[in-house]
Design a protein around this ligand. Structure first.
Ligand code: NAD
Ligand code: MG
Length: 300
């Protein structure tokens, strides 16, 4: 294996991209983007659209912050109308992203609610489709990650909640989406490097991500004859509110992502183009695939 020396004192990686070392910090789960130090980059000032999603309508879960917010900004700047789903406690982040999307001149709708609430979950896709006048893209991105050192301390209630939000909700949302998304549409699921390389302290989370990767392939085969493409994105360590809100041990934050081949964590804006590609007609022959965006890690 190659040695990848990391210069811990450098503020950039070898490609000149900023390398962050977040101070130790903690927020209650699910965490707010607005409370992160440093703030994450969702592409607010950098993402340039090229009309690649003109006329499409997308529902993005967890679209208030992190990867979902960056995907929302990219989709809007590519010309898509967007519905954002998020937890009600994240209104502050969601309003901020909403105003960035409005500036792109597209339709924006917000659907605050808890995906563990069956009433909300079962109605979300239809409500979003009604507001947008139809649906072409579902991004199953909402996720819950709580670090627990040992299985002895991992309660069943957490295991159930993590599975409920991360994978059980995907079954319900995808079932509803297959009824409203037409030919040429797509579903994109957020899996993780954790699906393939689990961290011991993220046992329940990593197991849901392995399930998502598997689910993506089976759903892709079912949906393909309907002309709907299903794919996944597998991010590596990305600086989002998931991490400082119990997603990592606090002491691990300053070196978060420093073990990748690039020696740094990624920013949400660096993940969004993979979703744009998979959602666009350019990916017309890409089905059941996973795009890995992880700064360099051994991957399948
Ligand atoms: P994030 O905290 O910004 O996004 C997660 C979102 O999930 C929250 O904003 C919230 O709106 C939503 N959510 C959580 N519980 C919910 C519930 N009960 N009901 C409704 N919505 C709920 O963090 P992120 O890192 O951008 O996470 C987005 C996705 O990316 C997740 O699926 C996560 O597992 C995945 N991911 C993240 C990383 C990373 O390093 N940040 C790496 C791989 C995969
Ligand atoms: Mg959030």
């Amino acid at each position: 294996m190659l040695d990848h020396p990391k210069n811990e004192s450098s503020s950039t990686d070898r490609a000149g991209k900023e390398r962050i070392s977040p101070p130790k910090q903690q927020q209650p789960e699910p965490g707010l983007d607005a409370e992160m130090t440093p703030l994450a980059d969702h592409g607010e000032s950098s993402y340039e659209g090229r009309g690649r999603l003109e006329g499409k309508r997308a529902l993005i879960t967890g679209g208030d912050s992190g990867i979902g917010a960056a995907v929302a900004i990219a989709f809007a700047r590519e010309g898509a109308d967007v519905a954002l789903a998020h937890l009600p406690v994240e209104d502050r982040d969601a309003e901020n992203i909403e105003s960035v999307l409005e500036n792109a001149g597209v339709q924006v709708h917000r659907f605050p609610g808890d995906l563990r609430d069956r009433g909300y979950r079962d109605g979300l896709v239809d409500e979003a489709a009604a507001a947008l006048g139809g649906l072409d893209i579902l991004v199953n991105n909402a996720g819950k990650q709580i670090s627990v050192e040992s299985l002895d301390e991992l309660p069943d209630s957490q295991v159930e909640a993590t599975f409920d939000v991360n994978i059980f909700a995907m079954f319900a949302l995808s079932r509803a989406a297959l009824k409203v998304i037409g030919q040429g549409g797509s579903i994109i699921n957020t899996t993780s490097i954790q699906a393939f390389e689990p961290s011991a302290h993220l046992m329940d989370y990593a197991a849901t991500k392995a399930a998502i990767s598997n689910f993506t392939k089976a759903l892709a085969e079912q949906a393909a004859p309907r002309g709907i493409r299903v794919n996944a994105v597998a991010p590596g360590p990305i600086w989002t509110p998931l991490q400082p809100s119990e997603g990592q041990p606090i002491e691990a934050l300053p070196k978060f992502g420093h073990d990748t081949w690039l020696g740094r964590a990624g920013q949400p804006v660096e993940v969004a183009p993979a979703y744009v590609f998979l959602a666009s007609d350019e990916a017309s022959y890409v089905v059941g695939s996973t795009v890995h965006v992880n700064g360099g890690k051994n991957q399948p």
